[in-house]
Design a protein around this ligand. Structure first.
Ligand code: FES
Length: 114
């Protein structure tokens, strides 16, 4: 069995991402949005699947991050579309808190096609 080796990128102090925040970071070659909803951290790509809008400039409503361009929404827990005009979900990343720091995996979670 092959073990998956993840590279973790330290992006912020845990206290820097407050409830309801969406913050954008460079993780390897990707721009990643880290959001805190109901106390937990989630990470998704900073690129709307509709027309590449910057999701990190959008707002978080519940678990949905809303694109500032045309209003599409995505669930930060799994990247699925929750509101048009986007039709395709977005990629997610694993995120963790370790010793007071927020870390994002440089490897996209799941088998997202993006
Ligand atoms: S670019 Fe995001 S909704 Fe159009």
């Amino acid at each position: 069995m092959d073990a998956v080796v993840r590279e973790w990128f330290d992006v912020a102090g845990a206290g820097e991402i407050a409830e309801g925040d969406v913050c954008t970071y460079i993780v390897g070659a990707d721009r990643v949005v880290v959001a805190r909803a109901e106390g937990a951290l989630y990470a998704v790509q900073d690129r709307c699947s509709h027309d590449n809008g910057p999701l990190g400039e959008g707002c978080l409503v519940g678990f949905d991050v809303q694109c500032p361009r045309h209003g599409a929404s995505f669930d930060v827990r799994d990247g699925r579309v929750t509101s048009a005009p986007a039709l395709v979900g977005i990629g997610t990343f694993e995120v963790r808190e370790l010793d007071g720091r927020v870390q994002v995996s440089g490897t996209p979670a799941g088998d997202d096609d993006w």
